[in-house]
Design a protein around this ligand. Structure first.
Ligand code: CMC
Length: 431
């Protein structure tokens, strides 16, 4: 098979050959870079349904087969055998670490968990009822004001330390957002804890009492972080890449990723699922909500169902579904009425032709909120949990992109359908 695609422009009769590029997995792509220069056309693909925005060696998804690989390793194997620290190392460094490399990486991260004391002043500017994601966007963006003199993005050592700082500080910033919202003092990180354990400690301990870390909660959170660590070129990762492509400060780029993640079609879905379950309230109301989800005149969607890429099953959902049962029974929450409601809703939707024919299966966020709820994490922190884990993916993609010698600013084109050229009319002559 020739490694090119022949494109014939039936309007002009011109023929051009476009190179066909093959990745390790996935469909080949043809390189359209010369299309405009040679034929005078742009391509049009709103929502990027058929467009590869970059090449990347971080994560692979096969949506038809329900496959997710981090640096080639199946998510199921990582979920069973690995830890968040190890997965973070893998995503950032291309290979699984040796014990010495993992110890060194863990130490490096733990050396950067504290935030500058003056950063705390930013929190005071937020009302106590500010959404923690709003605080995250602001405070993470403001980190760019602290390390600007050591963040030369063209220096690989600076890129590395910026990425480590982002990963290390995210739980501290997130926990402080929560403490601010409930009026409790901020808790300093304790570096002897695991990444997830440290977050739980900073969220739930108070200076007046001893804190006992629950190993079930720590293990569950670590696994959720592994499952959420990266997901190739999703909306927030693409946002980080696009912001980063201009040479912007990395902390500002991560803040832009947090903003993109917040929406209910993306990371905000875990919060939306719980709010939806609370609204449905009772199993007897399920048919009404299923009917609303199917009604095109009703904006309601079944949150936690469907995925742009997975048209078989979200492999993360399978793993987290099993964990959900385990965690709820270990923490004594198995009789949570919302859990029963969720299972019933899942069953009804999976047997409904509307959802079956559109391949709308429960995604990872259908279950993650139920686990967060069992761990005592408040609903408005759910998307923050996602942001903490995904920071590793954002950092890995940002590093990969900036490290490319041929890296250029991302600058999409458009199909302009506004008014045609027209001349200015003096105000007194306008009707
Ligand atoms: N409930 C009801 N109908 C739906 C849903 C849903 N959750 N999702 C998609 N559909 C329908 C949609 O109306 C359309 O129907 P038709 O073909 O008759 O017009 C069809 O299914 C295809 O939908 P789409 O909007 O073209 O699909 P998309 O790929 O653009 O959107 C999605 C993917 C995830 C945004 C969407 O499925 C959705 O809004 N789901 C609910 C939000 C959610 O759970 N998001 C979390 C995604 S997983 C976490 C992450 O990776 O960020």
């Amino acid at each position: 098979m020739p490694d090119r695609v022949t494109l014939t422009d039936s309007r002009s009769g011109k023929v051009i050959e476009l190179p066909l590029l093959h990745g390790t997995h996935g469909p080949p792509v043809f390189d359209m870079g010369r299309l405009y220069r040679e034929l005078g056309y742009f391509t049009y693909d709103p929502g990027f349904l058929s467009t590869a925005s970059c090449h990347s060696a971080v994560t692979f998804i096969d949506g038809e087969e329900g496959v997710l690989l981090y640096r080639g390793y199946p998510i199921e194997q990582l979920a069973e055998h690995s830890s968040f620290y190890e997965v973070a190392y893998l995503l950032m460094n291309e290979a699984l670490p040796t014990q010495a490399q993992l110890d060194n990486f863990t130490t490096l991260i733990s050396q950067h968990t504290m935030i500058n004391e003056s950063l705390k002043n930013f929190y005071r500017g937020f009302n106590h009822d500010a959404h923690p994601m709003a605080i995250m966007v602001g405070v993470v963006g403001s980190l760019s004001a602290f390390y600007h003199d050591s963040t030369d993005i063209h220096n690989p050592a600076h890129r590395e330390i910026a990425a480590l700082r982002m990963i290390a500080k995210m739980p501290t910033i997130a926990a402080a957002s929560y403490k601010h919202s409930i009026g409790e003092p901020f808790v300093y990180p304790r570096n002897s804890y695991s990444y997830a354990g440290n977050l739980l400690h900073m969220m739930f301990s108070v200076p007046s009492e001893e804190y006992e870390l629950d190993p079930v909660a720590e293990k569950a959170l670590d696994l959720i972080f592994v499952l959420h660590a990266d997901h190739e070129q999703n909306a927030s990762t693409s946002t980080v890449r696009l912001a980063g492509s201009s040479g912007a400060n990395p902390f500002a780029c991560i803040a832009s990723g947090i903003a993109a993640l917040w929406g209910p079609a993306h990371g905000g879905a875990n919060e939306a699922v719980l709010r939806m379950l609370e609204e449905i309230g009772d199993v007897s109301n399920i048919p009404t909500y299923i009917a609303r989800a199917k009604d095109k005149d009703d904006g309601f969607r079944l949150m936690g169902f469907g995925h742009r890429i997975y048209k078989n099953y979200d492999p993360r959902a399978r793993i987290i579904r099993n964990m959900c049962h385990e965690v709820l029974s270990e923490l004594g929450n198995e009789n949570d009425p919302l859990f029963e409601l969720a299972l019933r809703l899942e069953e009804v939707a999976l047997n409904d032709d509307y959802f079956v024919s559109r391949k709308l299966y429960p995604n990872v966020d259908f279950y993650s909120g139920l686990i967060y709820r069992a761990l005592g994490i408040p609903i408005n922190m759910y998307t923050v949990m996602f942001a903490i884990a995904r920071t590793v993916g954002w950092a890995a993609h940002w590093k990969e992109m900036i490290g490319e010698p041929q890296q250029r600013i991302g600058r999409p084109r458009q199909l302009y359908d506004g008014p045609a050229h027209r001349d200015y009319v003096a105000i007194e002559k306008r009707s």
